[in-house]
Design a protein around this ligand. Structure first.
Ligand code: GDP
Ligand code: MN
Length: 386
């Protein structure tokens, strides 16, 4: 699960990571009432969306007066912000964060993630933090250093010598960075985070280190242990159809193509998407209906697929193992009768009772194209698109 910057800063503040003082607002009025709390010559107004790259896209503004800050709040609330992480449709700004500005001496980068190869947490530090970190990582990899953490010894294994060897940092600076890293580590472990990224971690003109931006991702499988973090979930930032699908135990991910897919099993779903692409078309989604699909889940799955206006055809590819194909076929017919499916529908069933399933589909009188092989099914639906 992903959370907003202001929520991440609230979490980090609890673990003594220095963050600027600020407040969140969902309306101009609210900002007007609260803005007096902040005592600073410079105020920063920041769009709160679940995507980075806001600075370059106009989602982070520095104001020299409260009036100017108010104007930025007015401009930003409700706007569609398009960053390199939002996709071309962008994301609507529903909340803004207003915080005290700092005069920045230098921007650093500090993050902690799980290294999947080593199965341990690892820090990534760079002396070249800020909005161009992706280019730094690509073009000047020596400006980044990785500091692995040993699970059994914990933060004691943080090798700050690596920082002095790789960057021109004084012992005092290293001490301060290590201190911030330690608090970030504690937050990472205690909250079951999968990633904490501070970009930029800045050195202020008075020599302090402070997290100007913060991003945290959590391990979904551990969320049940953190009801206070679950409260942070913002459904507005998630794809509507994906949220709806999760309510029915369906694993749905929206994509950009026009062939809707309904499949059971993640591997088969991937293979189905691959073969659609192989025959020159694009899948509209990934959809795994799971092992126990019934009439209700199949109906929901059709509804979700059809709610995507790009869908011009549907390919159903079900392997009946635990689920019998005749039951699936009846479910498809029931669902198709309940909601009108106006796009071509190709169904391929294989496994237990597949002949019976196929017969049920063919005798239904509905406009359902059947197929025996996946290859054949993919070719049939792609042909319907022409
Ligand atoms: P992102 O682009 O979505 O990662 O948003 P950030 O929160 O990282 O903000 C983008 C940039 O705005 C930062 O890299 C800083 O250069 C700048 N910035 C943000 N807050 C302040 C501030 O308080 N003072 C100054 N001088 N710059 C800031
Ligand atoms: Mn940032």
């Amino acid at each position: 699960m992903n959370i907003h910057e202001y929520q991440a800063k609230e979490v980090l503040h609890k673990f003594n990571v220095p963050v600027p003082r600020g407040f969140v607002a969902t309306s101009v009025k609210e900002a007007e009432i609260k803005i007096g709390q902040l005592k600073s010559d410079v105020l920063v107004v920041k769009a709160q969306i679940h995507a980075g790259g806001r600075g370059k896209a106009g989602g982070v503004k520095l104001a020299k007066s409260t009036e100017e800050a108010q104007q930025f709040v007015k401009d930003m609330l409700g706007m569609i912000l398009v960053t390199h992480q939002t996709g071309p449709n962008g994301q609507q700004v529903r909340r803004v964060y207003i915080e005290e500005g700092f005069s920045v001496k230098k921007e650093y980068y500090l993050s902690i993630v799980i290294d999947p190869k080593l199965s341990n947490p690892t820090f990534i530090f760079s002396s070249e933090g800020g909005m161009n970190i992706e280019e730094v990582a690509k073009n000047s990899p020596t400006k980044l250093v990785k500091l692995d953490i040993n699970y059994s010894t914990g933060f004691a294994s943080f090798d700050s010598k690596k920082l002095s060897n790789s960057f021109y940092l004084s012992p005092k600076q290293i001490e301060k960075i290590t201190d911030v890293a330690k608090n970030i580590y504690n937050a990472f472990i205690a909250t079951d985070a999968s990633q904490i990224e501070i970009n930029p971690l800045v050195e202020t003109s008075s020599g302090d280190f402070i997290a100007l931006d913060a991003k945290i991702n959590f391990d979904d499988n551990a969320l049940y242990r953190h009801p206070e973090i679950m409260e942070f979930r913002d459904y507005d930032e998630e794809v509507k159809e994906e949220v709806e699908a999760s309510k029915y135990g369906l694993n749905y991910i929206k994509m950009d193509g026009n062939i809707g897919c309904m499949v059971n099993g993640a591997g088969l779903a991937m293979a189905t998407m691959d073969i659609i692409k192989y025959y020159g078309a694009e899948p509209a989604n990934f959809l795994d209906v799971g092992g126990g699909a019934n009439k209700e889940t199949i109906t929901e799955a059709f509804k979700i697929i059809l709610s995507d206006g790009n869908v011009k055809g549907i390919l159903v590819n079900i392997f009946g193992g635990i689920m019998r194909c005749d039951i699936v076929a009846s479910g498809i017919i029931e669902a198709a009768k309940g909601i009108s499916i106006k796009v071509p529908l190709v169904v391929r069933l294989l496994g237990t009772n597949f002949e019976k399933g196929k017969r049920i589909l063919e005798e239904s009188g509905l406009n359902i194209i059947t197929a025996d092989e996946l290859d054949e099914a993919a070719q049939k639906i792609v042909k319907e698109m022409e």
